[in-house]
Unconditional design. Structure first.
Lengths: 451, 451
């Protein structure tokens, strides 16, 4: 049995390791156009921020670790063609300009996603970065440590995390978001709250501009970005730019081979991570996700999901049986001392899917008020008016916000109603929560809003 | 409509406020033998610890607040007899030695619980305290601030919380637990871990002795405790003693009136908080709880539960309908930097109820390993082998332990199996959790252990 894996950041690396344990005698080969494998892409902002200096801490397993387990790793080897009928892949050695036709019994596509580069004049100047790979992180950190001013294009998760990282390294940040709101996975009321809390905590360290599109990068004499010009006519000087305008799945190679793609061009898979072509699996950021709340297709590229999908793909490719039931859209991030977390559907998406969303928003202490480290959290809890089914939760605050969201994940998984959930018995002690947790408070109010 | 409420710490106070909102024209009277009403008993250790100096921060509502809402409060008025057939209660004014027969339409018993005083020689000496009421907290703090050495009898929640409080106030603590383990609501493996972690962090600030019964308090010339003598022959000098050997429900007054009592002598109630006698309700620490995991009776006196029960009792006493579905046995506490949290049944109790408990224990990072504030947590996840139903979770660690337990509460509420739960999508980002959360790790291992 020969198993070929394309890509090995999270899903591919997990799949390779799992197959080796499932089928000790199989041949397992990884091809990747990357220079590293098996690393924490999500950790890059924290490396840049200076939480640790050694980037190799981001590497989970080295090519040598894999070789020691008889898994062959070919770095800088890109798959340029999949031939499902021939059960072969065409691999191009990017360093030596050689191509090779490789046969497989099972193919696992784990090609991930890549940053979107918006159509901005001069977007190919020097010192314009994106953040995805290890070398991106190293390059940004190197530049950051010699800089005073940075511009970030995009106010999603990566943009917000880099804002923290840059500010902690004493570099002034100007962040532009062309949408009306930053963190647009949240509902607008919550995004507004995030914006308000971040701007009021700035103390001159950063500026955030929404509804402002970057139109042009202006070059200095070395072809490096010098100024950034926006749709409002604003011009901001900068030492470098990071574009964090979202990602798209690396699914072209699959689509080209006739493999079905779906939501946002991510590769279609069933719950065994099988694609539309026999013996070809996909996992990680390149493939679609099943949203368990609504039983619909979605695409939420995340490292935690990639790991689970890689495992399921490996088990099925090995001839055993495993099901990956899907995702809940759970996410969390931090910007300075603010935590932003969500799970499930937001109001807008829920309405688009045919639900009749009702919600409750509460702002409360995260602990009993007399505790010295008490802080506010704002919680939004969403349910369907007709069935009462809980649909999602969003939380923002200096206080312990992600804890509350994670209580809701299990409730979404079980498709509990607001009324069911209101009966929850969450742990209570003054250092951990108020007597009645804000979450139960919200659930109780929400229960009275559903039919 | 005249509603009489006996006791008003958490459940009784909540009930009074709720009734006033439900029935604006009713007559609501509170009788309590206490000197304060509507306070956070759970906050007393944190007041003693010095997190705040003004004990009135523990008071949620004052008698004046109640009077302003036309709720009459009689402090130091003890109910000495309930006459269900006559719908009357006999109230003794403890300050003026007068008794009065009071009629009611609805009676709500919220008499709480009281500390157990073990049968130790000289247990009536001066400077031997228990902690339950506001004046207990004030007296202990006053003594603490003039002391160098304290002895705590009992290593449950209160004992452990007071150990933290005393140590933070630079008083050396010797804690004696007559059982083989402290924190005995946890399984022995987890209690052992708690003991090991606490003793290794002591640095001479405290000693914890298990399997050691206090036999005698030895008096000085002022009839104050001077030495504590234990079953091992050990004699420890001390400035004062706190007895924290558990609590019992104040249910005698109900039992005496022919009202049924059940588990551990707590007052039997249905899910409307009705007792066996018509128009008499009970709520809070004096009454039984319904354990939702196993659908059995239990008794877990906690402030958060008392609040919910008070609300339900009030709604039903007011003639509307409300159901309190029960508890999950969720609890959390802190001792210095260690968090201990649990929900559901432990292995011993599960086995006693006829389950065939299987479990998984994992010790993992609470965040991604490269984050600067990463810490260990140990998680124990328990399921029934035959049905796969999740039964409970226990977590101990410097790291973010209670967060994981609260994810399990919703799962217990929904009676999810280990396999269902393993599909959970918990939020992930390096400052908040590892890529695969320890909880999902444990769930995955547990799923392979059930039939």
């Amino acid at each position: 049995m020969k198993i070929v894996i394309l890509g090995a950041v999270a899903a591919g690396a997990k799949a390779a390791a799992k197959i080796r344990r499932m089928l000790p005698d199989s041949e397992v080969i990884i091809y990747t156009d990357d220079t590293h494998i098996s690393y924490s892409s999500c950790g890059l902002p924290y490396y840049i921020e200076g939480n640790f200096d050694d980037y190799t801490l981001l590497l989970v397993r080295s090519p040598e670790d894999f070789e020691a387990k008889n898994i062959h790793v070919f770095l800088r080897h890109k798959c340029v063609k999949i031939l499902p009928k021939c059960k072969q892949v065409l691999i191009e050695d990017l360093e030596n300009n050689r191509a090779e036709l490789v046969s497989y019994d099972k193919l696992i596509i784990a090609t991930g996603a890549r940053p979107v580069i918006p159509d901005i004049i001069n977007n190919n100047l020097k010192n314009i970065f994106t953040l995805r790979k290890i070398e991106d992180g190293i390059a940004i950190k190197e530049k950051l440590l010699k800089s005073k001013k940075a511009v970030i294009v995009g106010g999603g998760y990566i943009g917000i995390e880099l804002l923290e990282a840059f500010v902690r390294q004493n570099v002034h940040v100007t962040l532009f978001e062309h949408n009306t709101h930053i963190m647009k996975h949240f509902d607008e009321d919550m995004s507004t709250l995030i914006y308000d809390q971040l701007t009021s905590a700035s103390k001159g360290r950063y500026d955030i501009f929404t509804s402002e599109k970057v139109n042009e990068f202006i070059a200095d004499e070395n072809n490096s970005v010098k100024n950034v010009k926006t749709s409002s006519g604003r011009e901001v000087e900068t030492d470098f730019v990071v574009i964090a305008s979202g990602v798209v799945p690396n699914s072209e190679i699959a689509k080209d081979a006739g493999i079905e793609v779906g939501y946002k061009n991510a590769i279609k898979v069933n719950n065994r991570m099988e694609t539309s072509e026999e013996d070809i699996y996909a996992c990680g950021d390149c493939c679609e996700d099943h949203m368990m709340v609504s039983d619909t297709s979605t695409w939420i590229p995340l490292g935690s999901t990639a790991n689970k999908e890689g495992r399921t793909a490996a088990i099925n490719a090995s001839g055993s049986e495993d099901i990956f039931k899907g995702v809940l859209g759970s996410a969390v991030t931090r910007c300075l001392s603010l935590t932003m977390s969500m799970t499930g559907l937001n109001v807008k998406d829920a309405a688009a899917l045919g639900y009749e969303p009702v919600f409750v928003t509460v702002t409360k202490n995260d602990k009993v008020g007399f505790m010295p480290d008490v802080n506010n959290i704002t919680l939004k809890l969403i349910a369907d008016k007709k069935t009462g089914q809980l649909l999602g939760c969003q939380a923002v605050g200096i206080g312990d916000a992600d804890k509350r969201v994670n209580v809701v994940t299990s409730a979404l998984l079980a498709k509990l109603t607001a009324r069911d959930f209101y009966n929850n018995d969450i742990t209570y002690a003054p250092p951990y929560s108020p007597t009645i947790d804000p979450l139960l408070n919200a659930a109780q109010l929400l229960a009275s809003k559903v039919d």
